[in-house]
Ligand binder design. Sequence first.
Ligand code: SF4
Length: 433
Amino acid sequence: MERFPHVPREAVLKEDLLRTGIAFDESALSDNLDGDVKPKSYFIFSFDQKPLAELGEAARRRPPEEIALTGGPYGLRRTIVSVRVNPGSPYRVDRGDDGALRLSLDDLPIASVVLPPMPEYYRHTLANGKTVMETAPTIQWGYLVYLTVLRLCQYFGAKEECGFCDINHNWRQHKREGRPYTGVKPVADVLEALALIDRYDTDRVSKAYTLTGGSVTTTVDGLAEADFYGRYAQAIEERFPGRWIGKVVAQALPRADVQRYKDYGITIYHPNYEVWDKRLFELISPGKERYVGREEWHRRILDAADVFGPRFVIPNFVAGVEMASPFGFETIDEAIASTTEGLDFFMSRGVTPRFTTWCPEPTTPLGRDNPDGAPLEYHIRLLEAYREALARHGLKPPPGYGVAGAGNAVFSVSSFMDTLDPDEVTIEEAIPS
Ligand code: SF4
């Protein structure tokens, strides 16, 4: 915080929590769906730094989905952080002598903690008994409905799966523990869960949905990728026209397929490029290289900008994996220079990437070899580089993320929104005039 005084303190702490994980005292866990705290839904990846079987009480009583930090010796403005459990972390959430929840670092209290309240829509089940939490969980303090409609990726095994991704392992571990965890979510279930959210989210906190899951290299239910994910968008938009901003995270597909997403009613497209450097992309995302190829992936991102409008194509990269051994950059300078080159490539064409802070999950090749993730300094300098790149290209925060700025941001898996000046780009503003 002292070395980077122009980066909000909230963002510095949030990055460290995301890369390190948090230990939870039993008094800070939820009572699953029976209590007053919104439990962690495991909405796509595990985002934990130990396997479920080693989480102790946190495997029986889920931790909260997110935490909100305020106050403490740094006078933090409200900061929403996604929960990544790590029983060995120096960061711990427990209760102080006064009974109030707090976050401490090596036993020194550093912030007050508020847990997310159980939303009313989680208290209702579908007619077939499935829960809303499993079918249509919400994250980002309720802003985003996260629809992982395909819990598996068809990139399979070491030669195809992305080196940081535990989607397939996470599916296996939840099944092994006997948790409900649906591989392919029926469209009717998704609609029913959304109807419950629409009915009980009376304050209209939920503003967007993301359709996602693994890559489809053949077919699922007889459908190729654009039609598989598109059928959900079509059904949602027919039933709830304009109720939420529709987003899809998928492979970079040819223009005709991307057009179908748009026609089905999707507003924002995330063809995630994961890591910029050519050598690292081939090594870290071998499935993407094999089925599409890096240059073609980038070309398709730009083609998609013609279809959706550049502000509505928001490719993600996983911040930190470019520093992971054995392949990654050895210095922070090199890693930041490489990623900045990627930011300039896209932003000079009006496309605004965003990022997720890498969580070194232990069952992935990169997490196994790098249990401490990337250096905190890298993450902080990346926030600076991102902010400078946006300014260099005259761009505002990406649309569909709520209000930017420390104290406002709800995006919980990176602090890039916490780092920007207070601003909100609405969907209407992002449409070229
Ligand atoms: S494309 Fe890569 S990151 Fe996405 S689900 Fe498949 S293996 Fe995971």
